[in-house]
Design a protein around this ligand. Structure first.
Ligand SMILES: Cc1ncc(C[n+]2csc(CCOP(=O)(O)OP(=O)(O)O)c2C)c(N)n1
Ligand SMILES: [Mg+2]
Length: 385
């Protein structure tokens, strides 16, 4: 995926006031491509689920794409992130291959977690994604711990535990609005405020926790920053549907948290187009409401911004749009092909070898006699016992 590098046209850098203005055209096109990839990936995931090729719970990210892509764009590659179960978008935005992501959902051995995790448990250590987590809000304690560990390396150890230099890092912990009222978030935020832990709590505020509208389940829903204030941390409200605006507000916050090694909290407004999971009759909202959000679609919005010839960016390009119609269609074809390849890869990959995989990767240091049962239910002997 595209990352932020030096500007590629001089006039943009001269006039630059907003962080996104300083990015090269290729980075913005990369965002569009990543968002299209997620959208297509989710559409094909829904089909595969209906064909019973994917089992278990499955929650799609359709509508929320700008949030994962825009926030991850503001990070360094080695800043850790952790999220909830609606996690395919984060995995792809972080750079996981669509093949590893799709194969994971198909329960195949080539998946990112060897097919043992499924849709809710995308994990990618090389890309600093520490999971998809199914227990609402549980990831917030882990995200806080990841940030604590990074600060400890930088401040106390003076080096990374994996070798190499310690850096000032920021960890992101994403959650749905339904996670706001779980005790673990408040314990985590209290500690982060007290110990100055460089973690950003991002509420992916799509307005609903399953069928419960945020106003029905959460106090101060109209200004969640008050929750941050209670824990002595900076709080922001950001529109998550316009990726450029999102980046312009979020990047300075990340830079500040990294520099000051302080925590923050963001109410990031977004919307999911589809049901909570694959089975949701959606009686709690109207079709008109969904259509209102679709009219503000973040992918359409970025595509038309990039095709507009009257923007400063286009003017700096001598009046040429950053993206032509043909280039846009080419990107769409590339994305379709990439997702198709991931489906074929998942389909053709082998299932895990149950006897050898059932106990692997469960404990870091397995201890003899830890398991209460000596035998697997299928009859294979536990090698540890
Ligand atoms: C501790 C806990 N309680 C309940 C559930 C069941 N559950 C799964 S998803 C969900 C709704 C969460 O909504 P939200 O946090 O807004 O995330 P979204 O689905 O909107 O992304 C609930 C209650 C759970 N997984 N964990
Ligand atoms: Mg929600």
């Amino acid at each position: 995926m595209a990352t932020a590098t030096a500007p590629d046209h001089a006039s943009a850098s001269k006039a630059a006031k907003r962080p996104a203005d300083q990015l090269p055209d290729a980075t913005l096109i990369g965002w569009l491509k990543d968002m299209l990839l997620i959208r297509e990936f989710e559409n094909r995931t829904a089909q595969a689920y209906q064909q019973a090729k994917i089992g278990g719970f499955c929650h799609l990210y359709t509508g929320q794409e700008a949030l994962a892509v825009g926030t991850i764009a503001a990070l360094n590659h080695d800043d850790p992130i952790v999220t909830a179960y609606r996690d395919h978008g984060h995995a792809l935005a972080r750079g996981m291959s669509p093949e590893a992501c799709m194969a994971e959902m198909f329960g195949k051995s080539t998946g990112c977690a060897k097919g043992k995790g499924g849709s809710m448990h995308m994990f990618d250590r090389p890309n600093w994604l520490f999971g998809g987590h199914g227990i609402v809000s549980a990831q917030n304690a882990l995200g806080t711990g990841l940030a604590f560990a990074a600060r400890y390396e930088w401040e106390v150890l003076g080096q990374s535990v994996e070798g190499g230099e310690a850096k000032k890092k920021v960890a992101l912990t994403y959650m749905g609005d339904g996670a706001l009222n779980q005790g673990v978030l408040h314990e985590s935020m209290n500690l982060a405020g007290l110990w100055s832990i460089p973690v950003i709590y991002i509420v992916e505020n799509n307005g609903y926790s399953m069928g419960t509208a945020i106003e029905r389940g959460t106090t101060m829903a109209s200004d969640l920053r008050k929750k941050a204030e209670a824990y002595g941390m900076r709080g922001e409200i950001i529109d998550g549907l316009d990726i450029v605006d999102l980046y312009n507000q979020f990047k300075p916050l990340v830079d500040w948290c990294r520099q000051e090694q302080r925590p923050a909290f963001v109410d990031l407004k977004t919307y999911r187009y589809l049901g909570h999971s694959m089975s949701d009759p959606q009686k709690y909202r109207t079709k008109e409401e969904v259509d209102q959000y679709k009219a503000k679609d973040s992918i359409d919005r970025l595509a038309s911004q990039l095709m507009d010839t009257s923007t400063d960016r286009a003017k700096a390009n001598g009046g040429r749009p950053v993206l032509t119609e043909q280039a846009f269609m080419d990107i769409q074809s590339q994305v379709k092909a990439a997702v198709q390849r991931s489906l074929e890869f998942a389909e053709n990959s082998p299932a895990p070898d149950v006897a050898s995989e059932l106990y692997s990767d469960v404990y870091l240091n397995p201890m003899k006699n830890l398991s209460p049962i000596a035998d697997y239910t299928i009859g294979a002997k536990n090698p540890l016992l």
